[in-house]
Design a protein around this ligand. Structure first.
Ligand code: ATP
Ligand code: PRP
Length: 239
């Protein structure tokens, strides 16, 4: 519940990133827009408020959980990466609305293979060697990623089927060298981590160019008061 006795449905629930660059850049953008977010309770807490917005509750949540909360309607609004929206919400085009790209959190979701695969530069090259790979290794390619849905949709669209997913929740770029995968799908900004792990992006291997977005849930319980709060916040961000 929000204020004593007031149902959450008449209070706007907004989810903001709880850590790292995404949090810092989100709070800076809000501050510059005259939206002063402050934590309530102790500094290590995960609840907050926006000065002057009495019917708004702020929750500090991991970027991937923000996508899940927008999907369920637990959050009316949130700031998270488009990559996570598309990965976590299969029907994202109807379930949420990307209200505003925020100009930070830029990253690309890419297909990357070992640099030593000299004759592999495209998805077609990958498909071409898949048969030979299976004959010599007795298995299909192992693709390490935390972007299972984005990977499946992209590979299907490219007609590439000879692989299996190895779910990876971190240090994905290290899996080919460690022998636990043959190639990866992961997020990259500068390419430093990919190069440091002897990986190269396929020429047609950019699945999504992502940035942080201000996102609205279409399945949250909207009321005139929560819509009004959304409009006021958007007006500040657009100013
Ligand atoms: N270089 C980058 N590496 C990873 N994410 C980036 C990068 N640049 C921007 N981003 C954005 O930040 C998001 C990752 O933020 P964060 O690491 O907080 O995600 P998370 O899922 O909450 O992490 P975790 O679940 O590991 O706590 C990415 O999904 C992307 O939208
Ligand atoms: O292309 P680059 O600039 O090298 O960025 C890509 C790397 O950045 C992230 O790691 P980071 O440690 O920043 O975040 P994480 O804690 O989510 O892994 C991401 O997981 C990649 O490993």
């Amino acid at each position: 519940m929000g204020k004593e006795g007031e149902a959450l449905t008449t209070r706007l629930q907004i989810a903001l990133p709880s850590k790292g660059r995404l949090m810092e850049q989100t709070l800076e953008l809000f501050r510059e827009s005259g939206l002063n977010v402050r934590k309530t309770g102790n500094e290590r807490g995960y609840r907050g408020e926006i000065e002057g917005f009495a019917n708004v509750d702020v929750a500090f949540v991991s970027a991937s959980e923000i996508a899940a909360n927008l999907k369920s309607g637990k959050a009316h609004l949130g700031v998270t990466g488009e990559d996570l929206v598309r990965e976590r919400i299969s029907d994202w085009k109807t379930r949420v609305e990307l209200l505003k790209p925020l100009g930070f959190g830029f990253a690309d979701v890419v297909v990357a293979v070992p640099q030593c695969w000299l004759d592999v530069s495209t998805m077609a090259d990958l498909d071409e060697i898949a048969g030979g790979f299976r004959e010599s290794h007795g298995r299909w390619f192992r693709v390490a990623t935390k972007y299972v849905n984005l990977t499946r949709r992209f590979f299907s669209a490219k007609g590439f089927t000879d692989y299996r997913i190895v779910e990876s929740l971190g240090a994905t770029e290290g899996t080919p060298a460690a022998g636990s995968a043959d190639l990866i799908v992961d997020i990259t900004s500068t390419g430093t981590t990919l190069r440091a792990n002897g990986l190269k992006i396929l020429d047609d291997g950019v699945i999504l160019k992502s940035q942080a977005n201000f996102v609205a849930s279409n399945v949250a319980q909207w009321t005139p008061s929560t819509r009004q709060a959304q409009n006021e916040i958007m007006a500040r961000l657009e100013a």
